[in-house]
Design a protein around this ligand. Structure first.
Ligand SMILES: NC(=O)c1ccc[n+]([C@@H]2O[C@H](COP(=O)([O-])OP(=O)(O)OC[C@H]3O[C@@H](n4cnc5c(N)ncnc54)[C@H](O)[C@@H]3O)[C@@H](O)[C@H]2O)c1
Length: 504
């Protein structure tokens, strides 16, 4: 992907006092770790709540939320969720997430009184989970008004959406939206009388695309876009290249604190969870092919290798391919292994990586899933033909059956496995969410002229600040440069500590 990234001189970048790295011997008011018992009980309640089928239940009613009249306890009906009565349960999930999101909680405290987002009207389109709820409520605590839709039709936790709605957030989202619902929800966030967004927080670019298509005039008031995903960022660079980007945009996806933590560590932890919950399979000795050896692919491969799977990798980029080889994986073409593998995982962000031809050649019982952003990597549409039978065997698990009886196990209909079928570790999401919050603060408060109609990376100092806010959780003590060392290395003692081109 060709990128015309603007390079910023981050050394000249000044952060407000409350946004400074604190070193070990300085007072750390946010260094409150949960007790051991607290932690254990937390993780238990997280996993318990996530295996409960609370939000995916089909229990009470099948009425579309669009056809329901609901009000929160303050009488507002400016939201659309599955069931507002689930708010209390959702609130408990949000409170649990808050414990694992120390940096956002720190931001809330540090910025007290300053309200760096006062006057900001943020329209957001992200996964709606307990973790994003903590982000949304942090933005509120920092002074912003928020309206929110989901960026994925399956990943919304209904009880969390209900808790947000109960707390006054205009949220439009539920698990299992149709394609039409999806765009309707986005539209309800944007197309409101007497309210116009001045900031966008997007994950995947759908919201940005909708505003471009339907309400281009809104960009007159919009101060900036913060985009989280590879796919969305790609769209922004395309707009920029075509000279059509009319506001500054912050590429959060390529900030170090997103790439190295969210994509890699998050997927390393959640790939197994998603596969286990849907298939109950054992991984030891299974043959797995992972398509794409970027950050997500690396995380998936590492987790599966640790479980004793035999892992093959496909790549188009010789550098990532060489990394896969050096990490001990067999680099193959998909054709070469498709007949023998037990699991196929896509993580390329590309389209038609697994074609109908591949699917036809797979062995009986092969599991096919996607960890990339959208549902384009596996050609699922090609399976909707009369000779193939689809059988839903459990939630998010379909068997596609060929005329000769061969079955393929398709997870989450080719959409993102870990977000559709498992939960993802809150702490890692905390890192990304903090990066997003800081990007919004930066774009919203930047003096005229600092950012043009282009795509920017978060200043490195802020990236470092995000990481520093998470260190107290580990009781980690950061070493401070001495004056002499700082001079020797030519660095400011408070960062940035690495040049922009450093790759970590
Ligand atoms: N599941 C999650 O929780 C999660 C988290 C972060 C990102 N993502 C998504 O995962 C996707 C990958 O993210 P990433 O950070 O690893 O991106 P990346 O760019 O680092 O990696 C993608 C890799 O796929 C390779 N690739 C492209 N086309 C290919 C093909 N046809 N065959 C084989 N390899 C191919 C690229 O060369 C690249 O190395 C993106 O769509 C991103 O939005 C998912």
């Amino acid at each position: 992907m060709e990128r015309t990234e603007s390079t910023q001189d981050t050394t000249a970048f000044n952060m407000p006092d409350w946004m400074q790295i604190q070193f070990a011997d300085q007072k750390r008011e946010f260094n409150k770790r949960p007790t051991k018992i607290g932690r254990r009980s937390l993780s238990r309640s997280i996993s318990q709540s996530s295996t409960d089928s609370y939000s995916s239940d089909s229990s009470d009613d099948e009425t579309s939320p669009r056809d329901k009249q609901q009000k929160n306890s303050k009488g507002s009906s400016d939201f659309c969720v599955k069931n507002i009565k689930q708010a209390e349960f959702g609130r408990r999930e949000i409170e649990i997430a808050e414990q694992e999101m120390p940096a956002l909680m720190a931001l809330r405290k540090r910025a007290q009184g300053e309200k760096p987002l006062a006057g900001a009207k943020i329209v957001g389109c992200t996964h709606i989970t307990a973790q994003t709820a903590v982000l949304i409520e942090t933005l509120g605590a920092l002074g912003a008004q928020c309206r929110w839709a989901a960026c994925n039709i399956y990943s919304t936790l209904n009880e969390v959406a209900a808790a947000l709605a109960e707390n006054g957030v205009a949220v439009f989202s539920w698990k299992g939206e149709s394609e039409d619902d999806f765009w309707w929800c986005i539209d309800r966030c944007v197309n409101v009388e007497g309210w116009q967004p001045n900031m966008i927080l997007d994950d995947g670019g759908d919201l940005t695309h909708w505003i471009y298509k339907k309400y281009p005039n809104m960009f007159k008031k919009i101060k900036g876009i913060v985009e989280e995903s590879v796919t969305g960022v790609h769209r922004l660079y395309q707009l920029s290249k075509a000279g059509k980007l009319c506001v500054p945009a912050m590429n959060v996806n390529d900030s170090v604190t997103k790439q190295k933590f969210d994509n890699l560590y998050c997927c390393r932890e959640s790939i197994l969870d998603g596969l286990k919950r849907t298939t109950d399979m054992m991984f030891g000795g299974k043959q797995v092919v992972v398509c794409g050896y970027g950050e997500v692919g690396k995380g998936c491969c590492a987790a599966l290798k640790a479980m004793g799977s035999i892992v093959y990798v496909t790549e188009i980029d010789p550098i990532c391919a060489l990394q896969a080889c050096m990490d001990g994986f067999r680099l193959v073409k998909l054709n070469e292994v498709i007949r023998q593998v037990d699991i196929v995982i896509t993580c390329t962000g590309n389209k038609n990586v697994v074609t109908r031809e591949h699917l036809d050649r797979m062995k009986n019982g092969c599991i096919v899933c996607n960890m990339g952003h959208s549902n384009t990597e596996i050609d699922v549409a090609s399976l909707r033909t009369p000779e193939l039978t689809w059988e839903r065997v459990r939630s998010q698990v379909d068997h596609v059956i060929w005329p000769d009886g061969k079955r393929m196990v398709l997870l989450a209909e080719g959409r993102l496995l870990n977000l559709s079928c498992s939960t993802v570790p809150t702490f890692v999401l905390s890192i990304t969410a903090t990066t997003q919050a800081l990007a919004l603060i930066e774009l919203y408060n930047a003096p005229e002229g600092r950012y043009k109609q282009d795509v920017y990376l978060l200043p490195k100092k802020m990236d470092e600040y995000v990481a520093s806010l998470h260190l107290p959780t580990f009781d980690a003590h950061l070493t401070e440069l001495s004056d002499e060392q700082a001079k020797y290395l030519g660095l400011n003692k408070n960062g940035p500590f690495k040049p922009n081109y450093y790759r970590y």
